[in-house]
Design a protein around this ligand. Sequence first.
Ligand code: GLN
Length: 441
Amino acid sequence: MRGAEAADAAFAAGEVQGPLQGIPVALKDNMCTRGMPTTCSSKILDGYEPPYDATVAARLRAGGAVIVGKTNLDEFAMGSSTENSAYGPTFNPWDPATVPGGSSGGSAAAVAAGTALVALGSDTGGSIRQPASLCGIVGMKPTYGLVSRYGLIAFASSLDQIGPMTRTVADAVALLETVAGFDPLDATSYRGEVPSFGRSLEAGVAGLRIGVVTELTSEGIDSQVLGAVTSMLDDLAEAGADISEVSLPSTTYGLPAYYLIAPAECSANLARFDGVRYGLRVEGETTEEMMARTRAEGFGPEVVRRVLLGTYALSAGYYDAFYGRALRVRTLIRRDFERAYEDVDVLVSPTSPTTAFAVGERAADPLAMYYSDVCTIPSNLTGDPGISVPIGVDDAGLPIGFQVMAPALEEERLFRVAAEVERLAAFSARPALATSEVVAS
Ligand code: GLN
């Protein structure tokens, strides 16, 4: 309420803070907010209140945005369904018997249901785009380095990226422009100027070369999802785009490479939760016992699995066989993309192989859960931007997302295609559980 009053006062004084002045924003709860708890949906951060704002939170506040809440996530952003939260699952507002996707499922559900106008999520392997797809909203992962990671609780530092989750592509542009740009507090922050993306929204796709990724439009993709994607490709062709098929053979190994690299990095990042510096502490006879008890009690089963896998993959005898090999695969995937972009301007695919799945359906089967991100993980390994735009619903009335990918720092091109997809899809369906304002719009 104080934020809203401050925005009103700024309006009354004729002060223009930016496009988000007075706009209610939700933040995924892995972004530090001064004076508000930040839990990462983990018991280990119980009671933690950061003494500082993440750069994105500071930039939102400076832009007059009103942070209305923090949203649920899979613990430490590890998951694809928001069922791995120590505070309980989030349900999909389109059908509460299904998951909203994850790990930014709370942000996706909040925007879909209209409890926040826009939200920020984080995407390490698809955690913005996949829940956006399952909740029928727009979700965008910017180029690695475009948005500061300072104050984002680290999962896998070479993959993590913050980005917008919104109802329209234009809103994604406004939110991205507010939070993007160089930050000396993040050593991997991009130093160049961030262009203004708004003008690309009206440019259309005439003459643009769109490559359809063969490996992400064949085996393992639900037929209704494929049907919707194919019909969007026909519409894009009619709008003047030049559509062709492009093969990225190494992407087949994207999933296994990711599930070595991400756990390896997380095992190092999560070492800081030792019962001394943050949140939870479970006492023990010795310091070591205190640390072991704190970590055993504080981390949920998926986090424990990742820390164990990562520690193993980095251990002396296995480092090269697992981690080293995964890094080499990452290079091959990057080369596949570079080669593809010699012939096409953007690449497209479904965002998620299926629409929202039932609550509990994949919870006991980690591999089935991991497969949810097969289409989104490649862009994290390359560091390139990707966006999901809703294009329709399946027979059960659940949303289907269309993914557009572009080379690093070519956000303008990405938004240009995304805006055309949005116009062509004219997606107007709204979730069953939404505020009346969303239903009315
Ligand atoms: N679902 C993937 C994982 O569990 C991606 C998560 C993410 O992007 N944060 O690691």
